[in-house]
Design a protein around this ligand. Sequence first.
Ligand SMILES: Cc1cc2nc3c(=O)[nH]c(=O)nc-3n(C[C@H](O)[C@H](O)[C@H](O)COP(=O)(O)OP(=O)(O)OC[C@H]3O[C@@H](n4cnc5c(N)ncnc54)[C@H](O)[C@@H]3O)c2cc1C
Length: 323
Amino acid sequence: MDEDLLSKADVYDVIIIGGGPAGLTAGIYTTRARLSTLLVEKLGIGGKASITDRIENYPGFIGGISGPDLVHNMEEQAKSFGMRTVFGEVTRIDFNDEGNVKKVFINNEPEPYQCLSIIIAAGNEQRKLGVPGEAEYTGKGVSYCATCDGAFFRDLDITVVGGGDMALEEAIFLTRFAKKIYIIHRRDRLRATKILQERAFSDNKIEFIFDSVVDEIFGQAMVDGVKVRNLKTGEKEGLDVNGVFVFIGLNPGLSFLGNIVKKSEDDYIIVDKEMKTSREGVFACGDCCKKNLRQIVTACGDGATAAFSAQHYVERIKGEEYV
Ligand SMILES: Cc1cc2nc3c(=O)[nH]c(=O)nc-3n(C[C@H](O)[C@H](O)[C@H](O)COP(=O)(O)OP(=O)(O)OC[C@H]3O[C@@H](n4cnc5c(N)ncnc54)[C@H](O)[C@@H]3O)c2cc1C
């Protein structure tokens, strides 16, 4: 926690929930607008970008940049303008207050942090397979992060489950370590960007198993294999692998919000083009919003817009708006 944190009795201009690319960009913009800003992060600064080895599609970095380096720079940049950070999970927000003050509760503590505006930048979470053995072997061969765990699988056979950008990017990264990688995908073609498909198809360490799903992960102390079922033929086979990397999509993890802002059927936050939610003084940005393209560059763009809207809201309720 930053040493110069205001006490919980003080009222921040903005509290940002989530320290991924969206939240950090919002922090750069709110602090440069001289709004007192507290960012709350439950895990580690950087969000999902911090577990991505190489980002090739963030503009300005020919040849790419490592995810951890990119988000470290964003964090330092926001801090250099005065953003404060506290580690903890936002568990509740209370709006039933006078004077526009909103209360943000962390780790179920009784005493909240207070603010005039909130920017939700809570991202989303990787989807689980939901098959027997997955929970039991998580950390024992089952992983959701190639950057974190890839090196444990040097010269071993592994499987990557999924057919989108995340699955192919991570499988290509894992070729540095693994002997053989089976990519298991439930359909007969891939959703991933063409350049990633070309790289994966031309890599002789990678073999595709199409039209198939993993029914079970088994082993003893560690993973020894998976049971694979072909969806077209119904045929089942065991595949001997020591690692299972799951990249089958993302789900929002916004239960702490309850019904305080309007959400879509699939539980993402609905925002307008200014990143305003259905609740006055509450803005949202990045992967937690209902939108088509969830990437770092779009998260950053959303973060800047949300901060700009929060700035105008705060200045308006303080009677300082430049009109
Ligand atoms: C494996 C993988 C590879 C990817 N590769 C690329 C790529 O090459 N290029 C690209 O542009 N994008 C890539 N992406 C997507 C990119 O990482 C995301 O679009 C981006 O990180 C979204 O940023 P965000 O800030 O909206 O959300 P996130 O990065 O998800 O950050 C949200 C943060 O909020 C925190 N949080 C959530 N709930 C709470 C709470 N209640 N209290 C406090 N904190 C909370 C989380 O801990 C997290 O740190 C990849 C994603 C994955 C998973």
